[in-house]
Design a protein around this ligand. Structure first.
Ligand SMILES: Cc1cc2nc3c(=O)[nH]c(=O)nc-3n(C[C@H](O)[C@H](O)[C@H](O)COP(=O)(O)OP(=O)(O)OC[C@H]3O[C@@H](n4cnc5c(N)ncnc54)[C@H](O)[C@@H]3O)c2cc1C
Length: 290
């Protein structure tokens, strides 16, 4: 195996929950060719695959992952302004870095990305958003390597974006994206970014081990309101609890296991269903074995 691969990597260091067992294989490609070669290999290394971004929406189970985790190397963190005035960003680039780059260069509509702690690959996969914005609105096209080893460009109209997700019609790893560059006034962009950051600070906890909203909002209802109204606020399992500031944020107090988080998820789901008849759907991704 080349130095792009490691074995028995502790996944808790790669999730915002700070939880999870070991990954059997961990693959960190430096470029598209590494990825294409990986998918074209004829052995077991590419049979059971999970793509990891910044891990801000991923709970790894305590038993770890019996396959290969792919995490794009830092070489995929580029940002550049193209001749047509749009932005080209590598999929590993953090949303915050893109928001700050946009601010620096007076591109508007990226302000909300300053509030989202993931990578742009994860943002597109999840169609992340807040305060009335969604990444889909900025996407022009996406480059990806498919699991059968082809580099493809998908124009926006070939991608199905929906609330907290997207569908490319086949399994793939996003490697870069072309995002709409609309010029604005730097002062206004700065003010909007500050307003969003302020709103986030007031409504959501920070500096805790969490992956943000655990459940999607069902229809026009708010998951956190359903959780609160169903009497879940003080529920706890082992070292897992709900955030005092935002009860849809589940928290590892420091000594939780992934199992604790999952049991808490089940318990909240049950209580909300019994009280309201609504079945909450997970926004976070749960990966691996118990
Ligand atoms: C404090 C906090 C606040 C948050 N606030 C918000 C918010 O306001 N709005 C919001 O929408 N989300 C929010 N989130 C959730 C999370 O940040 C977003 O879902 C983010 O887009 C996930 O990006 P990531 O790189 O961390 O993805 P990961 O957690 O690593 O992965 C998430 C999913 O994306 C897939 N994926 C990741 N990278 C790629 C790639 N290159 N190619 C293909 N698939 C890929 C993974 O396989 C997985 O299915 C918050 C999270 C935290 C911790």
């Amino acid at each position: 195996m080349s130095n792009l691969f490691s074995r028995d990597i502790d996944l808790k260091n790669y999730s915002w929950f700070n939880l999870g067992g070991p990954a059997k294989n961990f693959f960190k490609p430096k470029n598209n060719t590494d990825l294409i070669n990986f998918f074209n290999k004829k052995n077991d290394i590419n049979k059971n695959i999970h793509i990891l971004g910044a891990g801000s929406n991923t709970l790894f189970r305590d038993g770890g992952y019996n396959g290969t985790i792919i995490k794009l190397g830092k070489e995929f963190s580029n940002i550049e302004i193209l001749n047509d005035g749009n932005l080209l960003v590598g999929a590993a680039c953090l949303d915050k870095k893109i928001a700050n780059f946009a601010l620096e260069n007076s591109f508007k509509d990226f302000e909300f990305l300053s509030c989202i702690p993931g990578s742009i690959g994860g943002a597109i996969a999840m169609n992340c958003g807040c305060y009335g914005n969604e990444i889909s609105k900025l996407v022009i096209s996406v480059d990806a390597v498919t699991f059968d080893g082809q580099l493809k460009t998908f124009n926006k109209d070939q991608i199905k974006f929906f609330y907290r997700g997207s569908d490319f019609g086949e399994p793939l790893i996003i490697t870069s994206a072309k995002l709409k560059g609309s010029k604005g006034k730097k002062k206004e962009i700065q003010e909007k970014q500050n307003k969003f950051l302020d709103q986030k600070k007031k409504s959501q906890p920070s500096k805790i081990k969490t992956c943000g909203s655990t459940f999607k909002n069902p229809g026009n209802k708010k998951a956190w309101e359903l959780i609160k109204d169903s009497g879940c606020i003080n529920l706890k399992v082992g070292g897992a609890k709900l955030s005092n500031q935002h009860c849809n944020f589940f928290v590892n107090e420091g000594n939780a296991t992934s199992k604790d988080i999952e049991l808490l998820i089940e318990s909240v789901k049950d209580k909300v269903y019994l009280k309201t008849g609504i079945k909450l759907d997970l926004e976070i991704k749960i990966v691996g074995k118990n």
